[in-house]
Design a protein around this ligand. Structure first.
Ligand code: FE
Ligand code: FE
Ligand code: ZN
Length: 282
C-alpha cells in the first residue's frame, strides 16, 4: 500500500478544537497545527475534554494523519534567566498533560536561544528540561524544530539537534520537525541539493526521527538566518522545490504543514495546488 499524503496548515483553536477540525475539513486538509496557548504569552484556556474528544473522533473518522500542537514562541528552555527556563518546563509539562486528551499526536517546540550562554550550555539545558518532563506513559511524540539560526537560536544544524537527542533518556518519545524555511535560511540548499540535504539528515540524525515537515517558502536567501516565511512559490525556495519535497520518496507518509502568511481561504488554495502537484505524473 502506498503511504497517504497528509497536508494541512496552521489553524487557530480560538473557536474550540472541534471547530478547528471542521475548518481543516473545509479546506481538504488532513493534518494541521495549532498553538496550545497564546503564542506570545503563557495563559492556556481551561481544558475542555468533551471538545477534544469530539475532535479526536473527527480526526479518526476522516483519516487524518497526526496533528501538531505547537508550543508558544516565548518558550525558551535555555535562557540565561532561570525563571524563563522554569516557565518552559512548567509550560511543556502542562501542555503534555493536555495532549493526552488527543492521544498519539505531536508536540513541537523551538529548542531555544542560549542568550549568550553558548551552544553547549544551551544543548545541556534543553536536554535537561526534556529529561524532567518526558514520561514513559505519554502517548505524545515531542518534536524539536530545526531553526533558522536567528540570534542565538540552538538547533540550526542537524548536529545540534542530534546533540540534544543524544542527551535525552526517553528518545523513543522524541522526533524532529523539519521546517523548510528554517533550514534554507540556516544554509541547507534544498533547491539545488535536496537529496544531499536529506542524506545529511539521515547520516546525522536518522530519517526515522523525522516526524513532520513545516512546508514554507522563505522571504530571504539561502543562509540568511532570518526566519521570515513566504507563501509557497512566492519566496526564494520556490514552488518547484517545495513540490519536490512533498513528492520525495524518503518523505512519504509524514505530515506536511503550511505556516505561510494566509487566511483559511488562502491556505485552502495552497493545499489544492500542492495536492495537484503531488498527484502529477513524474
Ligand atoms: Fe515553529
Ligand atoms: Fe516552523
Ligand atoms: Zn519560522
Amino acid at each position: 500500500m502506498t503511504n497517504p499524503f497528509f497536508i494541512g496548515c496552521h489553524l487557530s483553536p480560538s473557536k474550540g478544537y472541534l471547530a478547528m477540525g471542521k475548518d481543516a475539513l473545509s479546506i481538504k486538509a488532513n493534518t494541521f497545527q495549532f498553538f496550545t496557548r497564546n503564542p506570545r504569552g503563557s495563559r492556556a484556556k481551561e481544558l475542555d475534554p468533551a471538545d477534544m474528544a469530539a475532535l479526536q473522533k473527527l480526526l479518526e473518522t476522516n483519516g487524518f494523519g497526526p496533528v501538531i500542537a505547537h508550543a508558544p514562541y516565548t518558550l525558551n528552555a535555555c535562557s540565561s534567566t532561570p525563571r524563563t527556563r522554569e516557565f518552559a518546563l512548567e509550560t511543556i509539562s502542562d501542555d503534555l498533560r493536555r495532549m493526552e486528551f488527543l492521544p498519539g499526536n505531536f508536540y513541537n517546540f523551538h529548542p531555544g536561544s542560549h542568550t549568550g550562554q553558548g551552544v553547549e550550555t544551551g544543548i545541556e539545558q534543553i536536554a535537561q528540561m526534556l529529561n524532567s518532563v518526558l514520561t514513559k506513559e505519554q502517548s505524545t511524540t515531542v518534536l524539536l524544530e530545526t531553526m533558522a539560526g536567528k540570534g542565538s537560536e540552538v538547533g540550526r544544524t542537524f548536529e545540534e539537534i542530534r546533540a540534544i537527542l543524544e542527551r535525552v533518556r526517553l528518545t523513543e518519545k522524541m522526533g524532529v520537525c523539519l521546517d523548510t524555511c528554517h533550514i534554507w535560511d540556516g544554509g541547507y540548499n534544498i533547491a539545488q541539493q535536496l537529496d544531499e540535504v536529506l542524506e545529511q539528515f539521515d547520516r546525522v540524525i536518522g530519517l526515522d526521527k523525522l516526524k513532520a515537515v513545516h512546508l514554507n517558502d522563505s522571504l530571504n536567501d539561502l543562509g540568511s538566518r532570518k526566519d521570515r516565511h513566504a507563501r509557497i512559490g512566492e519566496g526564494h525556495i520556490g514552488f518547484e522545490t517545495l513540490s519536490r519535497v512533498i513528492r520525495h520518496p524518503k518523505l512519504q507518509g509524514i505530515p506536511f504543514c503550511l505556516e505561510t502568511p494566509n487566511d483559511l481561504e488562502g491556505y485552502g488554495a495552497e493545499i489544492r495546488r500542492l495536492r495537484a502537484a503531488f498527484e502529477e505524473e513524474p
